[in-house]
Design a protein around this ligand. Structure first.
Ligand SMILES: Nc1ncnc2c1ncn2[C@@H]1O[C@H](COP(=O)(O)OP(=O)(O)OP(=O)(O)O)[C@@H](O)[C@H]1O
Length: 391
């Protein structure tokens, strides 16, 4: 666990981080999020002593970070920054081997491990001999992650690692990163200014306000349900009720059997299959898209399918089921099992009924502002430990 106790960093008269108390639990992702200049990067860099605190202590697993020489400390902590922070004149393989080299590993072991972590982040062998400029932004970012992982440090610090890539690639990198973390279980502190990213990645999210104060620390689900004050509520966004659905698993609402026809079915078969305007087309047991039987005049082929509409996994978050229903041309959301096989369909009003039946996460009694506290409950930081914040 990484623990901040009353940590202050000031530059002359300016306080960048103000009496910060924060715990980043072992094996979890703690996201630091907040407006520009609120002290996120300063907080992160104090962990590996790239910045020294003015006062207060930071410990990793109970050990004060100042008790270890800074270079040695840094070798034991993975660090990833925007654009990957790669050395432009070194090949990918050499970039990845940076820390193992500093640790004095022999060449063979460094090369073997470097290839192994590159594989882990989805960059097969052929990338090893390229220079960073010969990679896309997303690939450079992956190399940055591989480099941080090379010596298998228990702790990783990540400063806006995915913010320089376009939204689609970012989404993909985030998904891969979560999968990797699921396997590796590192203790991660992750700085981002993007609340969606923080909510997606964080086991817990620390919202900071300008002046370097912690406004609230809680699970994403808890933050959405119980923002401590207007600042946090504004920051987590106006559509937070809807977003909170991402964290609510679907109760087992009834899924209806949906009439289907296979790809290649003729006009008559399609018209006989349903009296509804829309008909679901499948390939084997996998949904492909919708057609309007009354509007087709030839056997169904892929180009005729209306593919608008997401599919939702049975038992997945309510938000995806609602999305599936609302985005479907038939207004019936397609539900599939874990292998993508058709289970049936659901309508938006049925999902909404299920939503009404789900309890909101309970407020944590420790989360209430003490009598006479300054204008907001979060003035001295409010923490709802991840363990206590679940439903
Ligand atoms: N070396 C420095 N000298 C003086 N002030 C600094 C220094 N580094 C940071 N600051 C100030 O400390 C405050 C916190 O900066 P920090 O970079 O930690 O914020 P941040 O939340 O990471 O911001 P951003 O999201 O814009 O990167 C800011 O007001 C910044 O101007």
């Amino acid at each position: 666990m990484i623990r901040f106790e009353q940590v202050v960093k000031s530059y002359g008269g300016n306080v960048a981080v103000d009496h910060l108390d924060l715990e980043a639990p072992t094996g979890q992702i703690t996201c630091l999020v907040g407006p520009s200049g609120c002290g996120k990067t300063t907080t992160l860099r104090m962990i590996n002593r790239m910045i020294e605190p003015t006062s207060g202590t930071i410990t990793i697993d109970g050990k004060d970070v100042t008790s270890v020489a800074a270079p040695e400390l840094r070798r034991g902590i993975g660090y990833v920054i925007q654009h990957g922070g790669l050395f432009p004149h070194q090949k990918v393989l050499d970039n990845v081997g940076t820390v193992p080299r500093l640790l004095g590993w022999d060449k063979q072991r460094i090369a073997k491990r470097s290839r192994e972590v590159l594989e882990l982040v989805g960059l097969p062998g052929e990338f090893a001999d390229r220079y960073p400029s010969q990679l896309s932004g997303g690939q450079q970012q992956r190399v940055g992650v591989a480099r941080a992982l090379a010596a298998d440090p228990p702790v990783m610090l990540m400063d806006e690692p995915f913010s320089a890539v376009d939204p689609l690639v970012r989404d993909q990198l985030q998904d891969e990163f979560l999968k990797l973390q699921h396997e590796l279980g590192k203790t991660i502190v992750f700085v981002t200014h993007d609340i969606d990213e923080a909510m997606k990645l964080g086991d817990q999210v620390a919202v900071m306000r300008v002046g370097g104060k912690l406004a609230q620390l809680a699970t994403p689900e808890y933050l959405l349900a119980h923002p401590i004050d207007d600042f946090v509520a504004d920051f987590v966004g106006r559509d937070r009720g809807y977003r909170a659905l991402s964290f609510q698993q679907s109760p087992r609402f009834a899924v209806h059997t949906e009439p289907t026809v296979p790809l290649g079915a003729g006009v008559d078969d399609a018209r006989a299959a349903t009296t509804d305007r829309w008909l679901l087309v499948v390939d084997g047991d996998r949904p492909q898209g919708w057609v309007e039987p009354q509007r087709i005049d030839a056997p169904i082929e892929p180009s005729m399918l209306h593919r608008g509409g997401t599919v939702a996994r049975a038992g997945g978050p309510l938000r995806t089921s609602l999305d599936a229903a609302l985005s479907s041309p038939s207004r019936r959301g397609v539900i599939v099992d874990d292998d993508g096989r058709l289970v049936g369909t659901v309508r938006a009003h049925e999902v909404l009924r299920a939503i009404e039946e789900v309890d909101r996460v309970e407020v944590d009694p420790h989360d209430v502002a003490p009598e006479g506290a300054a204008s907001s409950a979060g003035a001295s930081g409010s923490t709802a430990p991840a363990g206590e914040a679940g439903p």
